[in-house]
Structure formats: C-alpha cells, structure tokens
Design a binder for this molecule. Sequence first.
Ligand SMILES: [Zn+2]
Length: 299
Amino acid sequence: MNKQQMLTNAKRVIDDRRYAAEEQVAQTLESLRSDKSWTDNEYALRSAQIDLAMGNGDSKKLQKEIARLEDVQKKLLFDSGVAESALTPHYFCAKCHDVGYVNGKICSCLQEELRKQIIAQSNVIDPRFTFQNSAETDKHNKAVYKKAQELCVSGKGNMLLTGNVGCGKTYLLAACANLCADLGRSALFVTAYSLNRSFLEAHLSDLAGKDAILDALVDVDLLLIDDLGTENVYRNVTAEYLFSVLNERLSRQKQTFITTNLGIADIRERYDERIFSRLVDQNSTFVAMLTGKDKRLAK
Ligand SMILES: [Zn+2]
C-alpha cells in the first residue's frame, strides 16, 4: 500500500467519526420530531431566525420571540429527557471537527491516523520501541542514537549499524521506524531473512508479481533491514536483488537503514564490490557501531 492510499484510509477514519457524530444528532432530532409540539416550535423558531437574518420585521420583537421559542424548546427537551448537548455533534477532534484539516493543513488527528496506518503496514515489532523510551546510557551509543534521530527527521541519508548481538541495534532500528511513522513517512521493517524470502518469491513470480514485491521494497520512504548477513545466499537471487533494491533506493534518494552483526571486513567478504560500496558509501551512509554488553543478558 503506498502513502496516498494510507492517507486516503486515514481520512476515511476521520470522516467516519464526523458522520457518526452528526448521525447521532440527526437521530435525536428525528425522534424529537415525532412530537408535533416540537416540530411546530422548531418551525416557528426557524422562521423567526430567518426573518431576523433577512431584516423582515422589528428586530427587537423578533429577538424576543426567538428567545421565547428557545425557552420552549429547552422545556420540551427537558420533558423528553434529552440533554441539550445532544443537539450539537460531539466531534472527536475539537480542532478540526473531524474534517482532518485546519486552514488547509493536516490536523494532528489525521496525522495520528496516518501514523497508525503506516505502523500497521510497516511490520514494526513494537510501538513502544521509541527514542523517548530508550534506556540507553552508554555515551557513544547515545551519540549514535542522536545521529539516527537526525537522519529520520531530515529524511536524508542511509545508516549501517554494526555491533554484537544484543547491543540494541534492533531497538534503534524500530525506534527509527516509529519516528518516521510519527513524521508521516512510510516505513517498512524487514529482517534480512524475510527480505531474502521476498527476493526468492519475486524471482519465482511472473513479471507482475515480481514488480509488486519489488515496488513495495523500493517505494517505501524508509526501508529498515535487520540482521543483514544472517540470510542464506541463493545463487542469482540474494546478491542480485539486494543490489537492485539498494541501488534503486539510492537513485530515488529513499532512506535505507541496515543492522548487521558482521564487521566491515566480513561484509566485504560476503557481498560483492557493488553491494559493499553502496552499503558503506561515506557520502550517503552513516556507518556506526553500537557497543556494550548484551542488554538482553544483562537484565
Ligand atoms: Zn483534527
């Protein structure tokens, strides 16, 4: 699903809230209108309001009459056990009244729905893995976190994170995905293993199937690949497709963040020169190593 579709879905959620709020008022009115004294009063009130607006008749008298009719309406409401507030729609969002936009700008409620849509599509392992919730204390690692956060905010530049098992690479990757979703950018979190499965599936599909699989990997604003180097190497598949995805994303200036347990020399050994140069390219990629003991064991 691309971002336009996700925005459309998010907008539908907001629209449904507005319809529901307005529908509730409409239903209340409908049941009130089954009473003739209500409809007569309502009609008289509306006529008086129109007359006042059009300047028909004595405005002082009309205002008085409107106030009287409003009092009657209140009494009728009270008698039928309906709260006055039931006649105004209860919008979920006070800022935009469930329209999704304020002065042509996207409202925070629509932004939040879009974030949910992005997260739902992103495979993000845990929404609680965020920069704010991070318990990282190591000075060097904190600097890496800060830089990663900056990359997410700017929307520019790739990242290659190395480090031993359990030093928090996956957490940082998930935090990046969650932050991007907050910022309204699409993200896709994959393990190298599942990515490799997708490559194999693409390889075995017809052209349309192949395009669908690869487009999803190339279109997303931020692709996050966890644990590169743990995947099997399928001949004519793993390296070829990885290169093509990385290269296409680079040329479209889409961000790719990768974690690996491999050292730089191991990466060079495992992947060919073309992939290596794209993974560690100094101009486009922030290469960093997270340090520290296995956090999972330390707990
Ligand atoms: Zn709103």
